[in-house]
Design a protein around this ligand. Structure first.
Ligand code: SF4
Length: 439
């Protein structure tokens, strides 16, 4: 098992910056504390700066801010400045992205110089997500906030917890991830937590047996991987995702996390202290690297569904297509084409995002005509399913997806020639003024 491919080789520290949250996730202690206690506070900036400095001196070079919901802090930009001033090379904000649903909120966040936004999306549709996070309307805000951040050129990772709500909407979740195209998607299992204390969430309601859902879990991660989305099951027994064992990932051994008490612990060892395996695991090819299931899961459902694997998978995850960093050309293309504020149902086409690929090309992800206009398209013939020759030039690849056809792969992949024409013509107009790739 390995860490996420987009995880830079930098030891990470995770820091709680606030107790306050605008979601009420059933599996999260903070969500329950917010529902029960109205006098919650932000952690003082001085304490966070001390924690950042101490962790940096001990070797951390990447800081992740979590909560609660970090974006409810007005001084979040100051905390990031502190991290950058101390010398952190990468920063992450773990967020539900609801703040970014507004144009002003998205711009405020995009101006902070964050390396990654790690967005929590907890279901494949509004009913599933809103039930999981205990907030009506949250899905719409989170998805639109995520789209805005991506459109503004921000690097986004997605995190989700395999609750009943997510598992029962996993197919839609995978399609949503393919449509959003974040840098990576991490699927965690439900951890032991104070969220399941007296008078709080019912563990059996949220944590359903994984064994009967192994096929859905495998198919979802394989679908994302096959579509070029880096998707991983984290701290997950490979035997419960047969056929996707190569997409199981693990916490980097150097990551340290600050508990809400302020205590700093090694995250991998902390997780291992809450996990259980079966005696049969001794015969498994993954025994040395697998932590098994959480003890709360084992207490509920036992460990009989854990079945040893004879040999480790030789399959490799699909390599990420997206380059680790943008160039000045990427930024120029984004500035020209991606205009989230001009999005309108009447717009004939728009470019959702611009990515620099590891191949050196740039990909422009576009959506075409929506609503009634869509039915005016010619029926797909064998020939029209082939991209027209000008869909790929020396410098640009134009990818097209029709999100309204998410359940129909054939119609979804149909190329809209009017869209391609419009984008290619626009590229021809601006190309003389774009910087060279090496500038
Ligand atoms: S059998 Fe045990 S060691 Fe093997 S993948 Fe399953 S939980 Fe992990």
């Amino acid at each position: 098992m390995r860490a996420f491919p987009t995880d830079v080789e930098l030891p990470k520290v995770e820091i709680h910056v606030t107790e306050v949250c605008n979601n009420r996730c059933g599996f999260c202690t903070t969500g329950w504390v917010n529902a029960e206690d109205k006098s919650l506070t932000h952690i003082p900036r001085e304490i966070i700066r001390t924690q950042l400095q101490t962790a940096f001196d001990a070797g951390a070079k990447r800081a992740l801010f979590q909560g609660g919901e970090p974006t409810v802090r007005r001084d979040l930009g100051d905390l990031l400045s502190d991290a950058h001033d101390i010398g952190y090379q990468a920063t992450t904000i773990f967020t539900n992205a609801r703040m970014a649903a507004s144009k002003a909120g998205a711009r405020w966040l995009a101006a902070m110089g964050v390396t990654w936004f790690q967005v929590s999306i907890q279901g494949g549709n509004a009913a599933a997500h809103d039930a999981s996070v205990g907030a009506v309307g949250a899905f719409e805000q989170t998805v639109s906030g995520t789209r805005r951040l991506i459109a503004l050129g921000q690097r986004v990772k997605i995190n989700a917890v395999l609750t009943r709500h997510l598992i029962e909407s996993l197919g839609e979740f995978a399609q949503l991830m393919i449509s959003l195209a974040p840098e990576e998607v991490g699927l965690d299992t439900v951890k032991p937590s104070g969220a399941f204390g007296q008078g709080r969430a019912s563990l059996p309601d949220l944590l359903i047996p994984l064994g009967p859902h192994r096929t859905q879990i495998r198919d979802a991660v394989l679908a994302m991987d096959g579509a070029g989305v880096v998707a991983r099951l984290t701290s997950f027994p490979p035997c419960l995702a047969p056929g996707a064992e190569h997409l199981v990932s693990e916490e980097a051994p150097t990551t340290r996390t600050h508990q809400t008490s302020g205590t700093s612990v090694n995250k991998l060892l902390w997780k291992r202290g809450m996990q259980a395996k079966s005696p049969a695991c001794a015969a498994c090819a993954y025994n040395a690297t697998c932590g098994g299931v959480y003890t709360t899961y084992a207490d509920l459902y036992g460990t009989d569904e854990l079945s040893p694997i004879a040999a480790r998978s030789t399959q490799s995850p699909t390599p990420p297509q997206r380059a680790a960093s943008d160039s000045s050309l990427t930024q120029a293309l984004r500035a020209v084409f991606v205009r989230p504020e001009t999005v309108s149902a009447k717009a004939p086409m728009r470019v959702l995002r611009v990515c620099r690929l590891v191949s050196g090309e740039h990909a422009l992800d576009c959506v075409g005509p929506l609503g009634e206009l869509r039915v005016e398209l010619e029926p797909a013939s064998t020939a029209s399913r082939e991209p027209p020759p000008y869909a790929t030039t020396n410098r640009f690849v134009i990818r097209y997806a029709n999100p309204s056809e998410a359940d129909n792969p054939e119609r979804r992949a149909r190329v809209d020639l009017r869209l391609v024409d419009a984008v290619v013509n626009a590229l021809r107009r601006v190309e003389p003024n774009l910087p060279r790739e090496d500038e």
